[in-house]
Design a protein around this ligand. Structure first.
Ligand code: TXA
Ligand code: MG
Length: 351
């Protein structure tokens, strides 16, 4: 799809020049678009934090082009890291390892660990080779907002704060990479993504823990709730986590009570409402009522479209976004579990 013809070669060369000059370049990956800078250029790294309005305490992921490059960025690397790199890179798995002392402190936010991955997108892999070094890249959104999955989302988010956008089309996976902490005895998933605990266990033959499942009763909490008024009282689950939130309030609602809540907003509150549901749009829900998106029932497609859908539903003049809760069956870190994670972060609001 992205054969390196003259125009893509030119785009990659331009992107590389900007990076060498200490600029910021938005890069396509299979997960979401990243806001990239030279991982060894402190001034360029500082610009990332500034452009995103990101707290300086939040470290960045460094993107590499070959597994052997990890040795320049990490030390005391366990064998499991090499095994995982071989199986899943390029791909949506980020490994947290002990940082190499040569790295600027700003890239790891002063932490002793570093996050590394090889992204699976032909343009960005080509760019990494042309540039010839690691690229630090958080998601290319303003801090706390929904991650971008197209070049135009990046433009909406960052406007002229980014020097160049490498347009690689819509992201294939659509949700952020799985983050695996490998600096302690028990591997721990810090952020769920499309590479699941089971997939990782099958490679390293070790039990993998999921942080969310260690300290959260989120799923049972939400499934018990029946009406919007009770949802408004929900105790903020995982409020210590970062939020990938639309501007409108977002509520996760059970299938059985979705229509009751929709009618309540339209008829009693006399407001518009935007809905993401597995159910087709009901006949009473006309254009005046808001936007109704029928979601895909397959997790892969659901994830791919999720952030674009949330952006589309985040319109002014509407009371809120109601999202029908997705299936809960794969609690051991299946893709629905990662989607749950994204949705519950989006539905948690920080004041
Ligand atoms: O799919 C992805 O991972 C995308 C694409 C662009 O690669 N990147 C991404 O970056 O989602 P960002 O910055 O939006 O999220 C990275 C997360 C942050 O929550 C950060 O705190 C965590 O990774 N992180 C980075 N370095 C870490 C470290 N050394 N220890 C623990 N967490 C770390
Ligand atoms: Mg992010």
């Amino acid at each position: 799809m992205f054969s390196t013809n003259t125009s893509t070669s030119l785009a990659i060369e331009t992107a590389s020049q900007w990076l060498k000059r200490g600029g910021l370049v938005a890069i396509p990956t299979e997960t979401v678009y990243g806001l990239a800078a030279d991982a060894r250029n402190e001034q360029a790294l500082a610009k990332i934090y500034q452009a995103k309005n990101r707290p300086k305490t939040n470290p960045l992921i460094i993107h590499l082009s070959t597994p052997s490059a990890i040795e320049g960025y990490a030390q005391n690397i366990p064998k499991s890291a090499y095994n995982l790199a071989e199986h899943f890179w390029p791909g949506p798995l980020t490994l947290i390892l002990e940082r190499h002392p040569s790295l600027p402190k700003i890239v790891t936010a002063n932490q002793e660990s570093v996050a590394l991955r090889i992204p699976k997108h032909p343009l960005t892999l080509e760019l990494l080779k042309t540039f010839g070094g690691g690229l630090a890249a958080p998601s290319a959104n303003r801090s706390g907002r929904i991650s971008p999955t197209t070049a135009s989302h990046v433009k909406e988010e960052l406007g002229n704060k980014v020097d160049y956008i490498l347009d690689g089309g819509p992201c294939e996976v659509g949700i952020e990479s799985t983050i695996l902490l490998l600096v302690q005895n028990k591997p721990l998933i810090l952020r769920q993504g499309s590479i699941t605990a089971e997939m990782i266990e099958s490679v390293i033959k070790q039990t993998v823990l999921i942080r969310e499942q260690l300290n959260s009763n989120r799923l049972s909490n939400i499934s018990k709730l029946s009406s919007l008024s009770s949802l408004e009282n929900i105790e903020s689950p995982g409020s210590h986590l970062s939020h990938y939130a639309p501007e409108l309030s977002l509520f996760l609602i059970n299938a059985e009570t979705l229509l009751i809540n929709v009618r309540d907003i339209l008829e009693n509150k006399k407001e518009k409402v935007n809905v993401l549901s597995f159910q087709p749009k009901p006949s009473f829900f006309n254009e005046e009522c808001g936007i109704w998106i029928e979601a895909d029932k397959y997790s892969t497609q659901y994830a791919r479209q999720l952030y674009a859908h949330l952006r589309q539903l985040d319109t002014h003049g509407t009371c809120c976004i109601l999202v029908e809760a997705p299936p809960e069956k794969e609690k051991k870190g299946g893709e629905w579990s990662a989607i749950w994670d994204c949705l519950s972060r989006a539905s948690t609001r920080e004041f």
